[in-house]
Ligand binder design. Sequence first.
Ligand code: MSP
Length: 532
Amino acid sequence: MNDYQTNFDRFTLTTPLYYVNDVPHIGSAYTTIVADVIARFQRLQGRSVLLITGTDEHGLKIQRTAAETGLATQVHCDRIVDSFKSLWDKLNIKYDRFSRTTANNHQAIVNEFFQRVWDKGDIYLARQQGWYCVSCEEFKEERELTTDKCCSIHVNKPVEWRDEENYFFRLSKYQQYLEELYSKRPNFIQPTSRRNEILNFVNRGLQDFSISRVNVDWGFPLPVDPKHTIYVWFDALLGYVTALLEPGEEPTLANALSKWWPIDLHLIGKDILRFHAVYWPAMLASAELTVPKTVFGHGFLTKDGLKMGKSLGNTLDPFSLVDRYGADAVRYYFIKEIELGKDGDFNETRFINTLNADLANDLGNLLNRTLGMLRKYCQGNGPQLSQADFDREHPLKKIGIELGDRVSQNYMSFKLSQACEDIFALIRASNKYIDDSAPWSLFKQGKQAEVEQILYAVLESVRLTAYLLSPVIPNLSNSIYQQLGFTGDFNRIDEGDEKQLEFALHSQWGKLAANQNLGKASPIFAKLELPE
Ligand code: MSP
């Protein structure tokens, strides 16, 4: 068991709170899909889960974008928020909280937290001089800039010089605290490559950072000096805390932290790791609050080998991708084809080939032809067998009996692509098994019992696959489960269907009952064509 999880009844996880400077792009969709898959797996295991997503709406970047559109800033934010919510619906993301930093209850949480840090003596006024990247909302060191004075991520947006009085947070005071945290909790930052980046950064010596702005109106006034607004990152990280409040509950830290704290997992992209793995735990330590269990920094998506972004004009519209191919297809591609933690490429030909090979052919065709044979050779009745009729060395049972544990460990340690690989090993073995054992000729030879054995073993392997893949492709899993005569809805695990789909029973090979009442067969995934 990965030591990031110590509470076995509940699991709290977050995506970043996305900037509302624009409608969501595929990068935001990627993080949110991954978070949803992890959340669904945790629910499948019977835990209470709180999946938090939301939007980061304050700061200069948003203030300027809204000004360019000519809309009132809040109206602009509301519009973009709608587009995020509609994308999450399209992608079948089951989030529990949508945290907006402009929500009514957020300011009280920010103020109370600020007061704690202030009372600790960790905030002071000083002069801030330096280069500021508005797109990152972050000061950059001279050596981090390109020759055109841009940061490495926003290569066409030059940084701006700042020379102003700001309030600072004493990050440097927490140097030793953080070093100890990283060494005592080696899994706090994952994956290891990202952890090493942070260790190097912290080893160079931490500098205090400014947490107020004088030239930005779009933010909360600083409680101790309202000429300043609170720095967008200080406010945004606390959006995770505000999200923990029950609807309508009085916004106090005590209420927010009473049930779902500490957060088990912050899932973020690698560019915002410092905020989550350095600034955030130091802020929490200052306020004397427990730090989260794990921060996982995933890689960037590239398209045809180039980093995806507006500056290169090679972004992918997630809305049209889902409209064209469906939610499960998009979810499956990103989970299976990208090793979580590494950069990953999107290429439409590869996208189509992967889906056709795995979902249409290997899985979909296997189910379809096996059900077809059952109709032909067994009058459509489920075989009169159960798993006890197969010895341990049976080629499919052998893989199937240890698959649940193996896949479970993969999901728990963020090896999502490996989970898909392992599950598909069973499907590929099933295809080979059916081809090698040729039930069509056994039927002609009158070997009915052998035919039934083969069909049972294959259908049961397809069922187990559908179950274990349900966090990734819940709609396809539902369709397979219905065809195999099971009840329960993978989209309603936390709404009463968890009993019918209990992990301990369904993750074992052999759940298919003797004489199972099968549902109506229909193809689960139509082959995709490459667009012209
Ligand atoms: N508002 C901050 C987060 C505050 S969390 C308290 C922010 N927002 S963002 O909208 O700019 O980015 C959100 C996430 O999208 C980041 O984790 C970032 O890494 C991710 N991505 C942005 N472009 C991406 C790709 N091309 N590929 C994958 N993820 C990328 O930062």
